[in-house]
Design a protein around this ligand. Structure first.
Ligand code: SF4
Length: 302
């Protein structure tokens, strides 16, 4: 019997998440990323092993009954969930049973320039798309796409999707040492993020054994990258995030939040107790503002 659902598991960024695996039988993906936590596999552009909508819905119903505290139902896969051929029908049936729970999809973005995929993804509450690189050379090295994926069309595909998508769009970039962490790749990403204008950008690095011999960045290296992405709503995920508590004056806090909106985690990791008191006062006096973006609170000064 295949595991069509898993969890719920707590996610710092999205709350309590019930996973729905749209490729439960084996890895079926149009990418073969160097950093994948699944074993290497030949890329495909369609699924061969396909679960029925009926079986998935039956498992989701059981989980919803057993776990009343779910925040989000996450469409994911041992591979790429947009390759699941009945995705639209599944979303519609889940919408009928989920109540207030949000839906989320974690996609590699390879199909996003396809207008039919855009139309289907528009029905999901939060869409999270990967974007590891902008240059075709870098895409080829890290994501190792199926031959029919047009990597040059991905950024423009995300831009056009953003124009029609009315809900929350999150972009995720996974940095791999010496592959997409050069200044030139970061500049290209920065321009792409600005063009896309997503609600949030999650940056991270390898934190589980990768399919191929590649290395992660340190937290400090990710933070340097985040600081180069001036003004954008960035979250940093790293399993070894150090605390570096320091005092910040009122002006320093205001300027810092102008440069880079910070998350609650950032604040816990960098502000000492006195800075937190100043921060709270600024918040009470509406000099800084809190905004929840796809489940994460960001603080920003105007
Ligand atoms: S897109 Fe995801 S599942 Fe596919 S190869 Fe990359 S990391 Fe693995």
């Amino acid at each position: 019997m295949l595991n069509l659902t898993f969890g719920p598991i707590p996610s710092r960024r999205f709350g309590m998440s019930l996973g729905v695996d749209l490729s439960a039988a084996s890895k079926q993906c149009n990418f073969d990323c160097l950093y994948c936590e699944l074993a290497p596999a030949k890329t495909v552009d369609k699924q061969t092993y396909i679960s029925s909508v009926e079986d998935i819905i039956s498992e989701v119903k059981k989980s919803l009954k057993n776990h009343p505290n779910i925040d989000v139902i996450t469409f994911t896969a041992n591979g790429e969930p947009t390759l699941y051929p009945y995705l639209e029908e599944l979303i519609e049936q889940i919408d009928n049973i989920k109540g207030d729970i949000k839906t989320l999809i974690l996609s590699n973005g390879a199909n996003i320039y396809d207008s039919n995929i855009q139309r289907i993804l528009s029905k999901i509450d939060i869409v999270k798309l990967s974007l590891d690189c902008v240059s075709a050379k870098c895409f080829k090295k890290i994501d190792r796409a199926h031959k029919d994926v047009n990597c040059d069309a991905i950024v423009d595909g995300i831009v056009s999707f953003r124009k029609i998508y009315k809900k929350e769009l999150v972009i995720e970039t996974l940095f791999v040492k010496d592959l997409n962490d050069s200044d030139s790749e970061i500049n290209l990403l920065y321009n792409a993020y600005n063009k896309i204008n997503p609600h949030r950008i999650d940056i991270g690095t390898i934190d589980r054994p990768p399919a191929y011999d590649v290395n992660p960045l340190t937290f400090e290296q990710l933070e340097l990258i985040a600081n180069k992405l001036n003004g954008l709503p960035i979250t940093i995920a790293h399993k070894n995030r150090p605390k570096s508590l320091q005092y910040y004056s009122e002006n320093e806090i205001i300027n810092l939040l102008k440069m880079r909106p910070l998350t609650h985690d950032d604040i816990e990791n960098i502000f000492d107790n006195n800075s937190k008191i100043i921060f709270d006062n600024l918040l009470i006096n509406n000099i800084i503002h809190k905004k929840n973006i796809a489940g994460v609170d960001f603080y920003k000064s105007i």
